[in-house]
Design a protein around this ligand. Structure first.
Ligand SMILES: [Zn+2]
Length: 70
């Protein structure tokens, strides 16, 4: 079991709940992100280390979106 820790949405500051998974899928798109803020349409990539998490906006098309600045 792998736990992806909870994060804070960079858009609105709400908590994105932690998720427990057997396998961590690679997240290249908002839809692949296991932790998402539906209000901001921002997804956090599935990195276990919060320092390595990138945020993907639902409307962003390219896979390598720079992290949102705080
Ligand atoms: Zn948000």
């Amino acid at each position: 079991m792998i736990i992806l820790p909870k994060l804070r949405c960079p858009g609105c500051g709400k908590n994105l709940n932690a998720v427990t998974v057997n396998e961590v899928p690679k997240a290249n798109r908002f839809e692949d992100c296991l932790r998402r803020c539906p209000d901001c349409r921002i997804g956090a990539t599935n990195a276990k280390n919060p320092a390595k998490v990138k945020y993907i906006h639902a409307d962003a098309l390219p896979p390598d979106v720079p992290p949102v600045k705080p």
